[in-house]
Design a protein around this ligand. Structure first.
Ligand code: DGL
Length: 265
C-alpha cells in the first residue's frame, strides 16, 4: 500500500505519527506544502487548487493507492472535489472531533480551536448543526490566526505562543469548558501549553488515531495485509524546520525539498 499524505506543514505529521503506531507493510509519502502555509488564512479556491496539485503529484510521482488529507482546512475546502476527481483512490479527510467531544464532556461546555478557514467553511457548519440538534451543549469556537506560523517556526514554548493561547482560552477557562477539540492538525503540538493553561484534567480531542483506524479498515478491504515495516518519506515545497520534523517523527527514512507546481519547467 502506498499512502500519500499532505498538509500545509508540520501539522499532518501528528497524523502520520498516529498511523505509524499501528499501520504496517506500507510506504508513506508525506508532503508539507510549506511554500504556501498557512492554509487557514487562504481562500477556498486557493486551497482547493493546492490540494489538487499535491494529489496529482502524489499519483504521478509515487503511484499512491490512498490519500490522507491530514489537514482540517484542506478537507473543508477540497475533500468532495478530491473524491469526485480520484474515485480509484482511498480518500480520507480530517474533521474536527466534535462528536467524541460531545460524548466525553461532562460540563457540556466544549471548546473548538481551528483555523479561520475551517470555522468559516460550510462543512464545519453542517457538522455542528447535525450534531447539535441531538444534544444540549454549548460551543466556544476560537480561530487561532498566527498559531500555525509559531509552530512551524518551532516556537512551541515561546512567550508569544503562550500569550496567544492564554488570550484565546480565556473565555473557555471562565466558562467551565472541560473538553477542547483540536480542529487543526498542528495544534496537538501545543497540547502541553494548552494543558498548562486549562489544567491537566482538560480533555483534548485530536483525530490522528481515528484516521489511522479508518486507513487500516479501508486498506484491508482492498487486500492490504498489515504486516512488515512502514517506510516514511517527508517532502516539503518550501522551508521546513527539520528539528521539529525529527521531534515529531523519529523514524522517517527519506525525503527533501520538491517542486510540485511547474515541475516540468
Ligand atoms: N494543519 C492544518 C489544519 O489542520 C492547516 C493549518 C494551516 O496551514 O493554516 O487545519
Amino acid at each position: 500500500m502506498r499512502v500519500g499524505v499532505f498538509d500545509s506543514g508540520l501539522g499532518g505529521l501528528t497524523v502520520v505519527k498516529a498511523i505509524s503506531e499501528t499501520f504496517k507493510g506500507a510506504e508513506i509519502f508525506y508532503i508539507a506544502d510549506t511554500m504556501f502555509a498557512p492554509y487557514g488564512e487562504k481562500t477556498k479556491e486557493q486551497i482547493l487548487q493546492h490540494s489538487l496539485d499535491l494529489t496529482n503529484y502524489l499519483i504521478e510521482e509515487h503511484s499512491i493507492d490512498a490519500l490522507i488529507v491530514a489537514c482540517n482546512t484542506a478537507t473543508s475546502a477540497a475533500i468532495s472535489e478530491l473524491r469526485r476527481m480520484f474515485p480509484h483512490l482511498i480518500v480520507i479527510g480530517t474533521e474536527p472531533g466534535i462528536k467524541p467531544a460531545i460524548e466525553l464532556s461532562k460540563s457540556g461546555n466544549i471548546g473548538v480551536l481551528a483555523t479561520p478557514a475551517t470555522l468559516k467553511g460550510s462543512k464545519y457548519q453542517s457538522l455542528v448543526d447535525k450534531l447539535f440538534s441531538k444534544k444540549e451543549v454549548k460551543l466556544f469556537e476560537q480561530a487561532c490566526p498566527g498559531l500555525v506560523e509559531q509552530i512551524e517556526n518551532g516556537h512551541i514554548k515561546e512567550e508569544k505562543t503562550i500569550l496567544m493561547l492564554q488570550h484565546w482560552l480565556k473565555d473557555m477557562l471562565s466558562n467551565n469548558v472541560d473538553t477542547i477539540v483540536l480542529g487543526c492538525t498542528h495544534y496537538p503540538l501545543v497540547s502541553e501549553t494548552i494543558k498548562d493553561i486549562m489544567g491537566s484534567e482538560i480533555n483534548l480531542i485530536e483525530t490522528g488515531f481515528a484516521i489511522a483506524k479508518r486507513l487500516e479498515n479501508l486498506s484491508k478491504e482492498k487486500g492490504h495485509i498489515n504486516i512488515g515495516p512502514l517506510k516514511i518519506n517527508v517532502y516539503f515545497t518550501g522551508e521546513i524546520n527539520l528539528k521539529m520534523v525529527d521531534s515529531i517523527l523519529d523514524n522517517w527514512i527519506d525525503g527533501g525539498k520538491i517542486k510540485v507546481r511547474n515541475r516540468y519547467e
